[in-house]
Design a protein around this ligand. Structure first.
Ligand code: AMP
Length: 446
């Protein structure tokens, strides 16, 4: 029951209006401590209800009679526009019976319009670091009176190269009394560094560890012989599974466009989202998906960050994500707030070892599923190691000249340059980077 928290009655009224009955685990753990004014570092996945876990204590701090606003009192920094828009909606829903106003500052929107909004001084400012810094540099922003700073999806912000921007903005909020940092993963040394720089004696709440991820989601793999066979499996799934809305993930823009084209040709109502799409396309795709006019979205990881669409109950990994964290983020699109979901990864011979590394990382074994209507010849490696990886074919021993000569005769004179499509997720296209190794991503112009 939300009434267990010492929240203002106007907030409890909004919570009731939204039909939130039971707080989620992250809300139960974080709300009382946040209300005490403590700095918190919370590890909680997307879909766990983490937004309300910081928005409600924030509103509780700011609540009061209507007055002329002179200062921005709270700032929420997050990695992407979509997440910012969703967070604004959540803030507006919870603050509907208060006088608190929130403003949004993200890239891709009109700078002057944003500057005008800032002149009216919202109580809460929600934004992505890059654009907020631009306003700061233009003298449009004063953060000196900010009392509360929230860093949401801090691990993602680091992955996207925002570390310095975040620090700079945190330093601008020099008089803040409280900082709350949320991340989906426990992160690496970059996150630890940010935590020491930005938080004061924080309490660490680890609400969901990745291995408990998305309990309501069935996670399956279907083996495939090659990409064309993957397409057949995909079409079968879209035609035969029961789902409200589905998202298909690829690792490259080119593959996303290709699958989108095939689905359109089959008369599916579909949208495609990748880094080359402009803000208008993205908004349209997400709105149509939310309204239900479109049931299927084809997307790359970059484009799908922060996406929260109700009824998204099937995730298909056409390409396996390159890291366990990316897998967690993708699957986090479904099974949100305890709903049921299905996640199917399509696995060829080349995907197997990556898939098994992700299983190990998550400490989970995905269900092996065979679809007899589209069964191929590849069903997994003949032999697997204890790690789950395929036992590689033994290299032939060469006993000397004969073989060497043969090999030389076969060897091409020059190495061919292979023209691969550009990887959308900013990691090498070969993609077999070990999971434990932190992938350093260059900044993304999101
Ligand atoms: P989040 O992890 O904050 O992105 O939340 C995921 C979804 O769960 C959002 O659509 C929230 O509105 C919803 N949600 C959060 N907390 C609750 C709750 N206690 N009861 C029902 N739905 C919730």
């Amino acid at each position: 029951m939300f009434s267990q928290f010492a929240l203002h009655e106007r907030l409890l009224k909004a919570v009731a209006e939204l039909n939130f009955v039971e707080p989620t685990p992250v809300q139960t753990a974080a709300i009382p401590l946040a209300l005490e004014g403590r700095d918190l570092r919370v590890t909680a996945q997307t879909g766990s209800g983490k937004t309300a876990a910081f928005v409600l204590p924030m509103l509780n701090r700011l609540i009061g009679p209507a007055k002329v606003r002179v200062d921005i009192r709270a700032v929420i920094l997050l990695p992407t526009r979509e997440l910012a828009q969703q967070t604004l909606k959540e803030v507006e829903r919870f603050s509907q019976f208060t006088f608190i106003k929130a403003g949004l500052i993200t890239g891709g929107e009109d700078f002057k319009v944003q500057a005008a909004m800032l002149r009216k001084v919202p109580d809460i400012l929600i934004g992505t670091p890059g654009r907020l810094l631009e306003h700061l540099n233009a003298g449009n922003l004063d953060l000196k009176e900010v009392e509360l700073l929230v860093l949401d999806e801090a691990d993602r912000m680091l992955d996207m190269g925002f570390a310095e921007d975040v620090e700079r903005l945190a330093n601008e909020c020099a008089n803040r009394q409280q900082t709350l940092l949320f991340s989906a993963t426990t992160g690496g040394s970059g996150l630890r560094e940010m935590i020491t720089k930005v938080l004061k004696d924080p309490q660490h709440l680890q609400v969901n560890n990745v291995s408990e991820l998305a309990e309501g989601v069935r996670q399956q793999i279907v083996t495939a012989d090659h990409n064309v066979h993957k397409e057949q499996v995909l079409h079968w799934l879209l035609a035969n599974e029961t789902y409200q809305k589905a998202i298909i993930f690829t690792n490259t823009r080119a593959m996303a466009d290709r699958i989108y084209g095939r689905l359109v040709a089959l008369n599916y109502k579909t949208f495609v989202l990748h880094g080359e799409k402009d803000q208008k396309d993205r908004k349209l795709a997400i709105d149509r998906l939310k309204q239900g006019a479109v049931k299927i979205l084809v997307a790359t990881d970059v484009a799908a960050r922060g996406l929260d669409v109700e009824g998204l109950d099937m995730v298909i990994n056409f390409d396996m994500p390159r890291t366990g964290d990316d897998y967690v983020h993708r699957i986090g699109r479904t099974g949100r707030a305890g709903a049921e979901g299905l996640a199917v990864s399509l696995i060829t011979h080349g995907d197997w070892n990556l898939m098994s590394s992700i299983e190990r990382y998550l400490k989970q074994k995905f269900e092996r599923r065979t679809i007899k209507e589209v069964k191929g010849s590849y069903t997994g490696p003949k032999k697997v190691k204890a790690s789950g990886k395929a036992v590689g074919a033994k290299k032939k021993k060469t006993d000397g000249k004969g073989d060497k000569k043969k090999a030389l005769a076969k060897a091409p004179t020059k190495r061919k340059t292979v023209n691969r499509p550009k990887a959308e997720s900013l990691v090498s296209q070969d993609g077999m980077a070990p999971l434990k190794k932190r992938v350093i991503r260059p900044p993304v112009s999101e």
